[in-house]
Design a protein around this ligand. Sequence first.
Ligand code: GLC
Length: 649
Amino acid sequence: MTTDSLDTDLLNTDPLTNLHPLERQIFQTRVDLYWPDALRPLRLLYGDRPDFDAWCDRLLAIVAHGYADRPVELRLLDLRRQSQPDWFQQPTMLGYVCYADRFAGSLRGIDEHISYLNELGVTYLHLMPLLKPRPGANDGGYAVMDYRQVNPALGTMTDLAGLAAQLRQNGISLCIDLVCNHTAKEHEWARRAAAGETVYQDYYLMYPDRTLPDAYEQTLPEVFPDFAPGNFTYYEAFDRWVWTTFNEYQWDLNYTNPAVLAEMLDIILYLANQGVEILRLDAVAFMWKRLGTDCQNQPEAHAILQAFRALSRMAAPGLILKAEAIVSPPQLIPYLGRGEGTNKECELAYHNVLMVLLWSSLAERRVVLMTRALQNMPPIPSGAAWVTYVRCHDDIGWAVTDEDAAEVGLSGFGHRAFLSDFYSGGFAGSFARGGTFQHNPRTGDRRISGSCASLAGLEASLERQDAAAAELALRRILLIHNLIFAFGGIPLLYMGDELGLLNDPSYLDDPNLADDNRWMHRPRMDWAKAEERRDWWSPAGRLFRGLTDLLAARREMPAFHAQAQPQAVWTHNEAVLGLLRDSPRGRVLVLANFSEGPQTVPGYRLYELGFGMRLVDRLTGRAVDSAPGITLRSYEALWLMPEAGSREE
Ligand code: GLC
């Protein structure tokens, strides 16, 4: 073939000849449709290589194999997804995130807890890393030694495919991690590289001496300054410095080598063909290195993602991609595609900025920074959605830019330091119980570990047997969940947060985990506590019921579709966040009080916002008059819409 026109006889190539002519024609149509979207990023990445055309052929051959191998049920899924391309943007979507072993013992064990997930209303299940990790310490599974095998402690690939099908029958899409920035040093490619095979040495970034590593280090930050300082590791056995952004045993892949992209594409299609519907692409910001930069968010990293998307769509359009790029606001949105890549990169990305701002506002009891920072973020493409969350398995890094902070009269550094003090419990009067993660004395940066409930004050209040403080903590937890539900996109519940599970210190007893305090917020599921969810008066019952009530209301809110994006608005009350949505799907104003005391939003402001009328709070069904103002109780949130029949304005 030539890369510009697809005059190839692809359809007569080996894997496709056994397919029904209609199936082959469908494939040809998709290739015609998506090839320009693949070619553009591929040219940016590899266009200068003399063997560029041959690589394009190779990639298409991989795609053809992936298509030919796609099971019938998944071809039908592809059809469904393409017929309803906004399936993941619906307000009915709810994600749940857990470790298979910590939630249910194994992949098979999950079966018996599907009813629990259904009770919550889960439509998307993210099982934390489950592909075969290296033995011993493995960064919570993010050091994979075989992408085609499941961690034997959890089950087999057949179990995974069976689970995916079982979940699908129950209305739940399976999401798993694909660690595409690095492999474990025990991966076959790495072992062959270490044995001196140059073909595989070229899969990684290896240097004979410190010249280039030193040059790169000038501008490289450190991700794990505490337990993995520096970005390179020396191996005497084969006399090379290897690029290791994360831990020593996680070797960064070399995407300047098209063979790496081809291998990863093959793995993507293999996993999609097991029934995985969403791939969480790990640490994508780091996939391309450039001297003189922080080696994050490079245009080529976006090109890799765009190539993955266009090529995987040809074989498995039911698959969607989620970017895990925990970066600052201006760097974040491009992962959802922009410019020519609009709607052609990842469908999903984590809204770490919203997450950080929720915690920031709880600490401050003010929403000024949150309002301004959200206003400063441009809208996302129509075909994308945020994944919203309050906690995940990782630490919280304070993604507040100096610019946003300065606009509201704060020092960025000072505010970030305040938040770290507050959530590590070092700030006088703080309600939070958390731990400092990766203190970097050079930059002063300190990140935070801790479970949602402990950070929100439940742990300290229960310990003190202070019922009033516990009540406030429960309200905080419900408030921030309310907002991730109301924001649009896929809200993620992190396992145990629905029951208020506290920090778990047991990781300290395991030498493979003890140095990484992120394990304090990765507890085992407490099924006894889950039984308390039916007890309305227990903290677990309050939370479970509170969350499911919110979710039931959300499902009835077409105005919360991800395409109807929220706009942060000033409410003229510094403790009350306003999120306005105005779209053909409906007009809704979310008000959220971030303080312990009652707060009023003045009637004239509601009038200015177009809500000067009789309103209804969709959470309680209660009618609310906008004049003379609306008073919210401690940590209360309202979802306001014009009352049916009321005069708009
Ligand atoms: C991602 C994961 C994190 C892991 C890192 C390296 O950020 O969320 O847990 O340590 O990637 O794989």
